[in-house]
Design a binder for this molecule. Structure first.
Ligand SMILES: NC(=O)c1ccc[n+]([C@@H]2O[C@H](COP(=O)([O-])OP(=O)(O)OC[C@H]3O[C@@H](n4cnc5c(N)ncnc54)[C@H](OP(=O)(O)O)[C@@H]3O)[C@@H](O)[C@H]2O)c1
Length: 430
């Protein structure tokens, strides 16, 4: 038996067009495998007369009234793919208040107002799903919910901003930051205002959502204090690559007992890891857990049809719940109360870049009780350093008028107790 579900959509841009395309192309399969006919009843846009990448199905109403869609008594399920914060929040609240399940791809909104919206959805016995909000086409949120249901995640590390990853890959291949950004904009991978992507805020929003699913832990932007990629040089990316690392804007959260140490920053990822091979606009999320061990999920982090696929998978789950009358269970049921700390505050190894003399570095390392290994002319790898040791090194070099760029080496962090045990007094060999 086939059940018809009336769907309303807000937005008909990159993702919205992909939804229309996939809905049409997959209609038969959806009916065959799910017993569902998804009827796109209405779509709201900002500019009614703007040219569109897709033709709407016959019978679908195009409107510039969000209100008309989210309050339409015939519509059972609303897809929000217009972006924005306040407008989208108002639209989702109204849709939920009118008893409609909602699917959104809006990471900015879900990272900042997800808790309130989820609570409202539950009170209204509606579903609120947002798979596409993290890593676009990679089904990572439902995987964490369903496939890690009995497992305990101990770490996640994600390359989850395609724009930043494209720029860093291009810089490693020889482009300057400005050339790489311009190339990303020409290819449609970067917006005219790329601030959120290159400044790390977009990655931060996604890590805030990932953390809820992986650890049950809410994070704030203040706790993450994101660092972007704008200060990096192409030379640093290239020297790191020659020495065996890929520079990546990495979102990390790692559990140590009841602590969750987090970071959004550019780091040096060892080329021996599969994550370092996630290049260009691709995304990758590495998950470490007690039962499965290490897994890596890679794929397109954005794009019209890939993102639409994640949206439509949510739509199908929500539609099935409507049919079974079982709506209202929160997408994420994982809740914990961990102490949030910063990975930056823990002892770890660094790749450092400096034009300081070898002699000066040797002296600083001997006095600071750590070791250095020279990889290329200006690139050295340190042994495990405390933040105090790193600060002191920067001060020592600054006293000589030399600058220091330090990139944390991913996955080299040790907890304070381990650091004390493993940091031996060393003598420098460069
Ligand atoms: N693009 C991706 O690959 C991707 C991946 C993952 C998640 N997302 C998320 O998906 C959402 C949509 O992204 P997108 O790239 O598809 O955006 P987009 O191409 O800019 O499209 C936005 C759509 O929303 C409509 N819209 C904007 N403000 C509106 C308003 N006040 N009232 C009615 N309609 C309005 C626009 O109407 P007009 O066309 O008439 O201007 C447009 O059709 C965002 O939250 C984004 O973060 C996108």
């Amino acid at each position: 038996m086939t059940t018809t579900i009336a769907v309303g959509m807000l937005g008909l841009g990159t993702v919205g067009s992909g939804v229309v395309m996939r809905l049409t192309q997959a209609a038969r399969k959806i009916e065959q495998t799910q017993g569902l006919r998804l009827r796109l009843a209405a779509v709201a846009v900002h500019h009614l007369n703007a040219p569109r990448a897709v033709t709407l199905p016959i019978g679908t109403r195009l409107t510039d009234s969000i209100e008309a869609v989210v309050t339409d008594p015939k519509i059972q399920l609303v897809i929000e793919v217009m972006g924005t914060l306040k407008t989208a929040e108002r639209a989702i609240v109204t849709a939920l208040q009118h008893g409609k399940s909602v699917i959104t791809a809006n990471k900015d909104l879900m990272a900042t107002a997800g808790e309130q919206l989820t609570a409202l959805a539950q009170r209204q016995h509606c579903d609120l799903f947002y798979e596409a909000s993290v890593a676009g086409g990679i089904p990572i949120l439902r995987t964490l919910t369903d496939s890690y249901a009995t497992d305990q995640v101990t770490a996640v590390a994600g390359i989850i901003n395609g724009t930043a990853n494209y720029i860093l890959s291009a810089m490693t291949a020889g482009k300057t930051y400005s050339q790489a950004l311009a190339a990303a904009q020409r290819a449609g991978y970067a917006e005219a205002d790329p601030t959120n992507d290159v400044g790390g805020l977009d990655t931060t929003y996604k890590l805030m959502i990932l953390s809820q699913f992986a650890f049950g832990q809410q994070l704030t932007i203040d706790q993450l204090a994101p660092q972007g990629i704008t200060q990096l040089t192409a030379e640093a990316c290239q020297q790191a690559a020659q020495a065996g690392w890929q520079v990546k804007l990495l979102a990390q959260a790692q559990r140590f007992g009841d602590q969750l140490a987090c970071r959004v920053a550019p780091v040096a990822v060892p080329q021996t890891t599969a994550l370092s091979q996630v290049k260009g606009v691709q995304n990758g999320v590495a998950v470490t857990s007690q039962a499965i061990g290490d897994s890596l999920y890679t794929g397109p982090g954005a794009g019209s049809t890939a993102t639409a696929n994640s949206v439509l998978n949510d739509v199908i789950v929500a539609a099935q719940q409507l049919v079974r009358q079982t709506c209202g269970r929160a997408f994420n049921q994982n809740h914990a109360d961990l102490t949030v700390t910063r990975l930056a505050d823990l002892s770890q190894r660094y790749l450092i870049f400096t034009d300081s003399s070898v002699l000066k570095l040797q002296r600083a390392a001997n006095e600071g009780d750590f070791s250095l290994q020279r990889h290329t002319a200006d690139c050295y790898e340190t042994s495990v350093l405390t933040t105090a040791q790193l600060r002191q090194l920067a001060v020592d070099l600054a006293s000589d008028g030399r600058e220091l760029t330090a990139l944390p080496i991913a996955f080299s962090t040790v907890t304070t107790t381990t650091a004390i045990k493993t940091t031996q007094p060393v003598h420098v060999a460069i």
